[in-house]
Ligand binder design. Structure first.
Ligand code: C2E
Ligand code: MG
Ligand code: MG
Ligand code: MG
Length: 289
C-alpha cells in the first residue's frame, strides 16, 4: 500500500471494500441454500383504496431470515440473487407462494382484488418465463386477472420490440402489469404510452417529499394526471402519515401503500387486515381548548 495521508485513506477504503466483498461472497454462498433451508418467506403489505381506505390487495415482499445475520433486506440480497443466477428459482417460488396464498384467501371469502409480485429484469430475460408463469396460474388456480406483476423501469430501458412483445405475451395470460418506483429510473413518458402497462406506482421518494417540497408535489401531480389520462391505475408508495395521504387524495391517486396502514407482515398476521375491516388506523383527535 502507498504511504502518507493519501495512502492511509486508500488503505481504509480498501479495508471497507474488502469487508463489503467478503460479506457479499458469504451472502451469495448462504443464499444458494436459503430456499431449501426454509429461510425465505413471503410477506404481504396491504394495498389500500384511497376513496374509502379499504384494503383491496397486497404486495408480496420477499424476506430472508439468515441464521446468523438475522433479517437481510431484499435491497441487498435480490441483486446478489440476480448476479449469482438464483433469481429464476427464487422468483418462481415467490410467484407460486403468492398465487397459492391469494387463492387460499379467496377461498376464505376475502375480497382480494389483486396480489402484486415483483419481477426482476433477469427473470423476464428467461425465455421460459411466460410459460412458467402460465403453469403456476394453471396449477394454483388463481384467476390471472388477480395477479399484477411489478416491473421496474430498468426492465424497460431496452424497450426494444422483443421486450414489448414479451410484455404483450404476459398480458395475453390475462394478468396486469405495473411499473414500480416510477420516477426514479430512466424510462421516458413516451415509453409509458408504448408499453402495455395497467398500473403506475409512484416512488416513495416523491410521495414523502411532496408535503414540503413543491417540485416533488408537482412531479406527483403530473404522474397521477398522466396515468389518469392514459387510463392507468395509480399506487402511491411509502404513505406514512396523513399529510402524504391527503396529497394523494387531492391529486386523484387510486391506491395507497405504506406504514400508515400496515407494514409488510406474514400471511398469518396480514389476514386480519384483509377481512373487510377498515385499514386506516384510528386518527388521534387533538382538541384545542
Ligand atoms: P418495492 O417493490 O418498491 O417494494 C416496496 C418497498 O417499500 C418494500 O421494501 C416495503 O417494505 C417498503 N415500504 C412500504 N411502505 C413503506 C413506507 O411507508 N415507508 C417506507 N420507508 N418503506 C415502505 P422491502 O420489502 O425492503 O423491499 C425492497 C425492494 O426489494 C422492493 O421494492 C423490490 O424492489 C425488491 N423485492 C422485494 N421482494 C422481491 C421479490 O420477491 N422479487 C424481486 N425481484 N424483488 C423483490
Ligand atoms: Mg414493488
Ligand atoms: Mg416499489
Ligand atoms: Mg420502491
Amino acid at each position: 500500500l502507498m504511504e502518507g495521508a493519501e495512502g492511509r485513506a486508500l488503505h481504509f477504503y480498501d479495508a471497507d471494500r474488502d469487508r463489503a466483498l467478503t460479506r457479499r461472497l458469504r451472502l451469495e454462498e448462504d443464499l444458494r441454500g436459503a430456499l431449501a433451508a426454509g429461510q425465505l418467506a413471503v410477506h404481504y403489505q396491504p394495498l389500500v383504496r384511497v376513496r374509502d381506505c379499504q384494503p383491496v390487495g397486497v404486495e408480496a415482499l420477499l424476506r430472508w431470515q439468515h441464521p446468523e445475520h438475522g433479517d437481510i433486506s431484499p435491497v441487498e440480497f435480490i441483486p446478489i440473487a440476480e448476479e449469482a443466477g438464483f433469481i429464476g428459482d427464487i422468483g418462481a417460488w415467490v410467484l407460486r407462494t403468492a398465487c397459492t396464498q391469494a387463492m387460499a384467501w379467496l377461498g376464505e371469502g376475502i375480497a382480494l382484488e389483486e396480489v402484486a409480485v415483483n419481477v426482476s429484469g433477469r427473470q423476464l430475460a428467461d425465455p421460459d418465463f411466460t410459460a412458467m408463469l402460465s403453469r403456476i396460474l394453471a396449477e394454483t388456480g388463481l384467476p390471472p386477472a388477480r395477479l399484477v406483476l411489478e416491473l421496474t423501469e430498468s426492465v424497460l430501458v431496452h424497450d426494444d420490440e422483443a421486450a414489448v412483445a414479451q410484455l404483450h405475451g404476459l398480458k395475453a395470460l390475462g394478468l396486469r402489469l405495473a411499473l414500480d418506483d416510477f420516477g426514479t429510473g430512466f424510462s421516458s413518458m413516451v415509453s409509458l404510452t408504448r408499453l402495455p402497462l395497467d398500473v403506475i406506482k409512484v416512488d416513495r421518494s416523491f410521495v414523502q417529499a411532496a408535503p414540503t417540497d413543491r417540485a416533488a408535489a408537482a412531479v406527483v401531480e403530473a404522474i397521477l394526471a398522466l396515468a389518469g389520462r392514459l387510463g392507468m391505475d395509480t399506487v402511491a408508495e411509502g404513505v406514512e402519515d396523513a399529510e402524504h395521504f391527503d396529497i394523494l387524495g387531492r391529486f386523484g391517486c387510486t391506491t395507497a401503500q405504506g406504514f400508515m396502514f400496515q407494514r409488510p407482515q406474514s400471511a398469518a398476521d396480514v389476514v386480519q387486515h384483509l377481512r373487510g375491516t377498515t385499514a386506516r388506523p384510528p386518527r388521534v383527535v387533538i382538541v384545542d381548548d
